[in-house]
Design a protein around this ligand. Structure first.
Ligand SMILES: Cc1ncc(C[n+]2csc(CCO)c2C)c(N)n1
Length: 197
């Protein structure tokens, strides 16, 4: 079996798209990508999405900060993406696996208070007992300062953006401790003019 470990931590990543429902979408996307400190992760942006790769805590810190910056414009903004860890072959960004654990955007993100709704789905790969792992995480997310509700093919989390990302991070982290290859999809939306139903 291939060894996907780099030192003590494994490379994680997230491929995501920011979707500002605004004619200022270019400024909102590029402004967020400019303002957020991405110096401790590998990053590539194209016409469809942005991919960040590196230590798990930095991947979550940067993804959360980008959404917060975009939503802080007051516009209706959504973000959709996939987190992944243990993907066979994902060993390229070794340079980004060294260095400090402290997330670089924590202080700035702390200053932004923003409510949002999110739907997420966990995919523990290659495991017959995958449903047990998923149900365990749904139960745990009920203790994480977010409102949790069932949704088809996903679990819905409502609350402060930082509490939502913390719940996503904790779910993903505890599954990857037991399962080598894990992916997690999510869509988060803030400032929507629609009512939650
Ligand atoms: C996070 C993120 N990265 C890339 C895109 C793709 N994209 C769509 S419009 C635009 C700005 C002008 O080119 C870019 C980069 C996205 N939506 N969100």
């Amino acid at each position: 079996m291939q060894n996907n470990s780099c030192g003590t931590s494994r490379i994680a990543g997230c491929q995501f798209t920011l979707l500002p429902m605004s004619d200022k979408f270019v400024d909102i996307i590029m402004g967020a990508l400019d303002e957020v400190d991405t110096s401790n992760i590998w990053k590539k942006t194209d016409d469809v999405s942005t991919c960040v790769r590196g230590k798990m805590e930095h991947v979550f810190d940067v993804t959360q900060a980008l959404f917060l910056h975009a939503a802080n414009t007051g516009e209706h903004v959504a973000m959709s993406g996939t987190f992944s860890i243990g993907c066979p072959g994902d060993t390229e960004a070794d340079a980004y696996m060294d260095g400090a654990e402290t997330p670089l955007n924590e202080a700035t993100s702390k200053q932004i208070s923003q409510q949002a709704g999110c739907k997420f789905s966990l995919y523990p790969m290659g495991r017959e007992d995958y449903m047990d792992t998923i149900y365990e995480q749904i139960d745990l997310s009920k203790h994480r300062n977010v409102e949790v509700s069932a949704s088809h093919y996903a679990t819905r989390l409502d609350g402060d953006v930082k509490a939502i990302f913390e719940a996503l991070h904790q779910s993903f982290d505890s599954v990857q401790e037991k399962v080598s290859h894990v992916t997690m999809t999510f869509t988060i939306s803030a400032n929507s003019p629609s009512n939650k139903t």
